[in-house]
Design a protein. Sequence first.
Length: 124
Amino acid sequence: MSLGVGWDLVKNIHKERLQFLYRKIPLLNVMTTGIDEFSFKDGHQYMTVVTDLPSGRVLHAVETKGKEDIRPFLKTLARRTGKLEAVAMDMSSADFSAVRETLPQGGYSLRPLPHHGPHEPSHR
């Protein structure tokens, strides 16, 4: 049975639903976060994801990899949580720069994200 709609429409409906469901994510008890970026569409597009490391919950995702694209969320995170202890990341210059420039100094430590080989499962 075919509904006669394209995959782009289905993707957009799904994306809008996820944005609605996750528009207000509680940040009060976030203490350790991970920032990672990955490529998709054969490496031509990137997504940056910020997660709560203990729970694995996605806190923020944006379809780019520049520091200006995650800075607004980092400002919100700094305002809503007073307990941030660590930020784990792969130390890309954009992510590192955004964290150092946006989050209050001295209230957290930067830790490298563990990298997994091509055949090792990621447990992030």
